[in-house]
Design a protein around this ligand. Structure first.
Ligand SMILES: NC(=O)C1=CN([C@@H]2O[C@H](COP(=O)(O)OP(=O)(O)OC[C@H]3O[C@@H](n4cnc5c(N)ncnc54)[C@H](O)[C@@H]3O)[C@@H](O)[C@H]2O)C=CC1
Ligand SMILES: O=C(O)C(=O)COP(=O)(O)O
Length: 528
């Protein structure tokens, strides 16, 4: 099997070595594709690697019939339609750490250039103007820097600004008093920040909530002569409002690395002498580009070869130690889901998953996704995977409930899955037996002991002498070997079940014959 990887934005050649060196991975670099060309070409690829230029739209994702993973060699994923990727079961990974330092350094470079009007002075001098009057700056020392978004980059910027002897006030919904104290900075609301700061720098992602976070109302609250920096994303600051605020002298200067529409040429803000700008260069250093390309290439190789990713964006990330703890239950959770998919013939309304014993201590979300995957895959098709399982369940109106339960029925760990349809409730439970592997230990109210593998036959019948014999004889006549057999009953002469493991798949006519036997209520052939 050879996986085809397309790189559609310029990436560091040294950084993509993990892809070049991996076995079974074929790399194509094509950085000149139009959106239409990409929408056609993408169909043949298993992985797509991008920076911020390539817009990975719903159209492109819909055409990407083989695509399994999109790697973003950088932080911001606002150029990727995450909902469309999730719906199509495509995992999106990014490289969150590799360019933090470069973006922070670029922000400080912009801050200092802005304060001392270095680009404007340089521009004048390049045009033979020795002008010392128009380029008088201000000091940073003792000024207040307002930081909105105190994540990786915002925190680095805050620390470096302290080195310039600035006071720093920050807003971030996740900032704690302890973190602010440790960093020696103040914290407050967005309003506190915009009212108190002499310079304001934004470092949030571009989200619905942060679009135009800095708008006319925010500018109105700012100090006269405030200076603004955006090295995060175009759109966090309302460009029209910024333009007006510069014209009416509220804002004395702005340093922009990013724009609402990129490439931003002939932009009205660039005509203003108060505005300095770079063409989205925050992450453009040799070091950052190598770092992010390595991180994302390694994740693509890891995902294509072992199905794990370190930096998933559309799946909660699972720390390595947690992964180790839950890995043994992975297989069991999917098998229990698949098993139940054979028993539930009607529309599923609710899934209840009970985690008992040792399972109460582990991170259960990945196991829940895997159970749902097993349950839905047989009906919805092979495209159901960990990425889209929960989304598809929700789309189908299925309620999924996770429970940590104390009932272990004597096992050290017990995973019970219950499915409610409009007509019935079915249940299956499994465990991992020390040294022996996975077992199904309960089906509905019956105790069993079955390895969840291979060709199973689940028979519901009347507890009558001869029922088991008739099944055995029919299978023998058809030369079908029974590997294991379990029986259980509710009460003497009442409902009973047989659970068989056989050596080959039943043909439809064999299934029909079994169903017609005396005292047999129903037969389900199950492939695990
Ligand atoms: N110009 C460039 O080339 C680069 C730009 N970036 C951009 O920088 C931004 C930040 O990157 P990182 O620091 O690595 O991300 P991060 O995820 O570490 O930090 C983002 C922070 O923003 C905070 N936040 C979210 N919503 C907020 C809101 N409404 N108000 C205040 N804070 C809010 C989050 O709590 C988080 O702490 C991203 O938009 C990224 O795309 C990143 C690298 C290079
Ligand atoms: O990492 C980010 O979010 C960036 O904005 C960097 O973008 P780029 O990869 O340089 O196009």
């Amino acid at each position: 099997m050879v996986y085809k990887v397309l790189i559609s934005d310029p990436l560091s050649e040294d950084g993509i070595q993990p892809l070049r060196e991996a076995e079974g991975i074929d790399v194509t670099i094509d950085t000149g594709l139009t959106p239409d060309q990409l929408a056609t070409k993408i169909a043949e690829f298993d992985a797509l690697l991008v920076r911020s230029q390539t817009k990975v739209t719903r159209d492109i994702i819909t055409n990407a019939k083989n695509l399994k993973i999109i790697g973003r060699a950088g932080v911001g994923v606002d150029n990727i339609d995450l909902d469309a990727a999730t719906e199509h079961g495509i995992i999106v990974v990014n490289a969150p750490d590799g360019n933090t330092n470069s973006a922070a350094e670029h922000t400080i470079a912009m801050l200092m250039s802005l304060a001392r009007k270095i680009p404007q002075a340089f521009y004048a001098l390049k045009h033979q103007k020795w002008d010392r009057k128009s380029h008088v700056g201000v000091e940073l020392k003792n000024k207040t820097l307002g930081v909105i978004g105190l994540g990786r980059i915002g925190a680095e910027v805050a620390t470096r600004a302290k080195g310039q002897r600035m006071n720093v006030i920050a807003y971030d919904p996740f900032i704690t008093a302890e973190k602010a104290d440790k960093m020696g900075i103040d914290y407050g609301t967005v309003e506190d920040v915009v009212r108190q700061a002499d310079f304001i720098t934004v470092h949030t992602p571009l989200l619905k909530e942060t679009k135009h976070l800095i708008n006319k109302e925010a500018f109105d609250k700012m100090k006269n002569g405030v200076q603004i920096i955006n090295c995060a994303r175009g759109g966090i600051i309302d460009e029209d409002a910024l333009y007006e605020a510069i014209l009416n002298k509220k804002v004395a200067g702005a340093a922009l690395d990013v724009f609402e529409e990129e490439p931003a040429v002939n932009h009205k803000l660039l005509e203003l002498p108060e505005v300095i700008a770079t063409p989205h260069l925050g992450a453009s250093t040799v070091e950052a580009q190598e770092n992010v390309a390595i991180d994302v290439s390694e994740d693509v190789v890891r995902f294509l070869t072992v199905g794990l990713a370190r930096n998933p964006v559309n799946l909660p990330s699972v720390p390595r130690e947690v992964m180790k703890m839950i890995e043994p239950y992975f297989h069991l959770s999917e098998k229990l889901g698949t098993f139940l998919s054979y028993l539930t013939k009607d529309v599923i309304e609710e899934i209840n998953i009970y985690y008992s014993g040792d399972l109460r201590e582990v991170q259960i979300a990945p196991l829940t996704r895997n159970t749902i995957k097993g349950l839905l895959k047989r009906h919805l098709g092979e495209h159901v995977n960990d990425v889209n399982a929960s989304y598809l369940a929700e789309k189908k109106g299925i309620t999924v409930n996770e429970h940590k339960s104390s009932s272990t029925k004597g096992f050290t760990n017990l995973l019970t899955v219950e499915v409610k349809t409009s007509k019935s409730t079915r249940k299956v439970a499994g465990t991992l037996l020390n040294g022996l592997g996975a077992r199904i230990v309960q089906v509905d109210s019956y105790s069993v002991d079955v390895v969840p593998e291979g060709h199973l036959v689940f028979i519901h019948h009347k507890d009558q002498p001869g029922a088991i014999g008739r099944v055995g004889s029919l299978l023998a006549e058809r030369d079908i070997n029974i590997a294991t057999m379990q029986v259980g009953r509710s009460d003497v002469g009442g409902d009973a079940i047989m659970m068989l493991t056989i050596d080959r798949l039943l043909e439809q006519d064999e299934l029909d014959q079994l169903t017609k036997l005396t005292d047999i209520y129903g037969v389900t052939s199950i492939e695990l």
